[in-house]
Ligand binder design. Structure first.
Ligand code: MN
Ligand code: MN
Length: 295
């Protein structure tokens, strides 16, 4: 988006932060190039969002904070670096929009956010709940961050909602475990039955006035629209529907966002990165609109 690259938190309201990390991925690899791909696709983004009627830079000073200094291959030290980088951003009252990276980065993101804001409500758009206990015997992968986050007290599952689950799974426990942990989990079959406006209403009721974190895994979107991702699942949403969901969050008290699981090597026409850039643009617009309306 041609934003100025600096780390001057005192004069910023929102910050784009790259997390070029893919050691938590279990199938394809290459999400470490996601931030670069999304930034590249963002060049054409403009300042006014007609759907939300907000001129972003009338209300927000936005910086590109650069990338977190992760260590390829080393998940725990990368987690430390991600959390250490993001915590001062939250502490300064700046809202981060993190560009992933595989979804394992959500755990250190939430560690940083919860250290400042306390336990958070989660809005997760994803075709997977990412609440396994372990994968390949390991506790930290892109399939496990939200279970770890609950165990660590970073999330209030009773105010949290996961939307879009679909595809084949190992057994019913893959989804029921998340519900037993306290999440509201809305599979895509149910979204199709209820309709998107009703699900948006369900998200808004679930979150209420809680401080929320929004995590957007691009595999939420159908691989016809977002092929460049790590674990694609067919039968998903169009890019237009993804925008409807994002824009449905208007007015919520959101302290952080991410857009994750963009794999440019599997994205020959760049459409996944373009989608992710535009979702980030909607997120910026949400922050601006809340300021515009006095929040
Ligand atoms: Mn995910
Ligand atoms: Mn996923």
């Amino acid at each position: 988006m041609r934003l100025p690259h600096n780390q001057d938190l005192e004069n910023a309201d929102a910050a784009i932060v790259g997390a070029p990390f893919d050691t938590g991925a279990t199938f394809r690899s290459g999400a470490r190039f996601g931030p670069e791909g999304i930034r590249s696709a963002s060049h054409l983004l403009r300042r006014y969002n007609p759907s939300l009627d907000v001129l972003i830079f009338d209300y927000l000073s936005v910086i590109d904070y650069g990338d977190v200094p992760v260590v390829p291959g080393y998940i725990e030290s990368s987690y430390e670096r991600i959390a250490e980088s993001l915590e001062p951003i939250h502490r300064a009252g700046v809202v981060p929009i993190v560009l992933g990276g595989d979804h394992s980065i959500a755990l250190p993101e939430l560690r940083a956010a919860a250290a400042v804001h306390g336990p958070l409500a989660l809005v997760q758009f994803d075709s997977h709940p990412d609440t396994w206990d372990a994968y390949f015997g390991e506790k930290h992968t892109h399939g496990t961050p939200f279970r770890r986050a609950v165990e660590e007290g970073l999330l209030d599952p009773s105010r949290s909602i996961q939307v879009g689950m679909r595809g084949s799974i190992y057994d019913a426990g893959d989804w029921n475990d998340a519900r037993e942990m306290g999440f509201d989990l809305v599979p895509t079959d149910e979204v199709r039955e209820l309709g998107i406006p009703a699900v948006i209403e369900r998200i808004r009721e679930r979150i209420g006035d809680a401080k929320a974190y929004v995590s957007f895994d691009v595999d939420f979107v159908d691989p016809a629209f977002a092929p460049g991702t790590g674990t694609p699942e067919i039968g998903g949403y169009t890019s237009r529907e993804a925008q409807e969901f994002a824009r449905g969050l208007v007015g919520l008290d959101i302290v952080g966002f991410d857009v994750v699981e963009v794999y440019p090597a599997y994205d020959p026409a760049g459409i996944t990165a373009l989608l992710a850039a535009n979702i980030a643009h909607d997120f910026l617009s949400l922050i601006a609109l809340r300021r515009k309306n006095g929040g």
